[in-house]
Write a protein that binds this ligand. Structure first.
Ligand SMILES: [Zn+2]
Ligand SMILES: [Zn+2]
Length: 225
């Protein structure tokens, strides 16, 4: 499995390209902005993406969905249905931030907890990890999680946006902390990290800081679980 990425837009969002080496099947995760740069990333690998998987529908994760559809007409766009309102609201949110934004037509495929998505020889399990957004999901595969805006290197996603649920978010973080320490986290923003590193050094996960809006800290998880 080849993983490449390009960091796009004013929110510096990571759009990932995953390519199965043997079949050359490919998917895009979170084409957030700068469609031309995403198309160039795909072209460098000489592949044709067969799907767009969205971790959630904040504007910085969906801003290039239309550009991707123009380049690869008919490409299916997968989203958890609980994020449909977030998706519809994106253009309004962009206006509030004063940034240019192309509102994409609705996502046409749904994701649900436990879904298994296949890419060549790799399988990705969908985890519904709400809180930062109601329909936020993570894509789990062998030792790697594409985690969207849950766990970042040294921080966690925001919980003060419309439709955030800080309580749900804490539970989702605790669930992700149940992954093995060696699991690589490919987040929606910033560099990759590992569950083990964040478990021991991320102030929101060590109990040092509370997730804004919550009454309790993330419960520590025993090492190595
Ligand atoms: Zn987000
Ligand atoms: Zn984001």
């Amino acid at each position: 499995m080849i993983v490449d990425s390009v960091t796009v837009g004013p929110f510096e969002e990571n759009c990932y390209l995953i390519v199965d080496e043997r079949s050359r099947d490919a998917v895009l995760i979170d084409p957030g902005d700068d469609g031309d740069r995403i198309v160039a990333l795909v072209a460098r690998h000489g592949v044709t993406p067969t799907a767009v998987w969205l971790t959630h529908a904040h504007l910085d994760h969906i801003g290039a969905v239309s550009a991707v559809r123009r380049e690869w007409p008919g490409i299916p766009v997968f989203l958890h249905p609980l994020d449909a309102p977030v998706y519809s609201f994106a253009a309004v949110a962009a206006k509030k931030y004063g940034i240019p934004f192309e509102q994409p037509d609705a996502a046409d495929r749904t994701l649900a907890e436990g879904d298994v998505l296949t890419l060549g020889v790799s399988q990705f399990t969908v985890w519904h990890v709400p809180g930062h957004a109601p329909g936020h999901v993570a894509f789990m595969t062998d030792g790697v999680v594409f985690g969207g805006d849950c766990i970042f290197a040294g921080s966690v996603g925001r919980t003060d946006l419309p439709l955030c649920s800080p309580g749900d978010f804490v539970r989702s973080l605790e669930r992700l902390l149940g992954l093995a320490d060696a699991t690589v986290v490919r987040p929606g923003h910033g560099p990759p990290t590992t569950i083990g590193r964040e478990r021991t050094s991320n102030p929101f996960l060590t109990g040092e800081l509370r997730v804004p809006g919550t009454a309790r800290a993330v419960a520590p998880v025993p090492l190595g679980q």
